[in-house]
Design a protein around this ligand. Structure first.
Ligand code: ZN
Length: 168
């Protein structure tokens, strides 16, 4: 196995695992459709590009293996990796939104900061999941005792009893 094949295999498997996790039932609702569409298009686009004469001569000029099987394999790996990357960006967008964080700022940070450091920072600094106010139904931060919209008591059984009494 050449070094190139080994690197490709690792990248392919990492991309596949990340994509599979992100497409799992729990996070599929969070992913925007556009991210899934880009991810789906990335694979055929990269395969066709690397299999083309232009793509293969580009590979050869960089000293990489450029036979048709190698080019297809490289295209598939690039495709899976790109798909996983955009699914991860989509996940950050959807997840940041439901936590009332600036979604685009985090997506751009994750996109621009190299070596996936933007992604790591997001998961380190992301805010708590929001619950819904038991009184008015607006989003409320997990740890907050009172709703910032209506002032209703949150989370504790006292709050729930109070709300129940009010409806009775
Ligand atoms: Zn409220």
């Amino acid at each position: 196995m050449t070094e190139q094949t080994a690197v490709l295999l690792v990248a392919f498997l990492v991309g596949l695992v990340v994509a599979a996790v992100l497409l799992g039932t729990a996070s599929r609702k969070i992913l925007p459709r556009s991210a899934m569409a880009i991810a789906g298009l990335a694979i055929p686009i990269w395969v066709v590009y690397f299999a083309s004469s232009q793509g293969r001569s580009r590979l050869a000029s960089k000293g990489l293996l450029s036979t048709m099987p190698d080019a297809l394999w490289l295209g598939l790996t690039f495709g899976v990796f790109t798909a996983a990357f955009f699914l991860a960006l989509g996940y950050i967008y959807g997840d940041a939104k439901r936590r009332q964080m600036p979604a685009w700022t985090w997506v751009i940070a994750a996109f621009l900061i190299p070596n996936f450091i933007g992604f790591i920072l997001y998961f380190v600094f992301r805010g708590p999941l929001l619950g819904l106010c038991t009184s008015c139904g607006k989003p409320v931060r997990g740890g907050e005792a009172f709703c910032s919209h209506c002032g209703g008591l949150q989370g504790s059984s006292i709050g729930r009893i109070a709300a129940d009494n009010r409806t009775i």
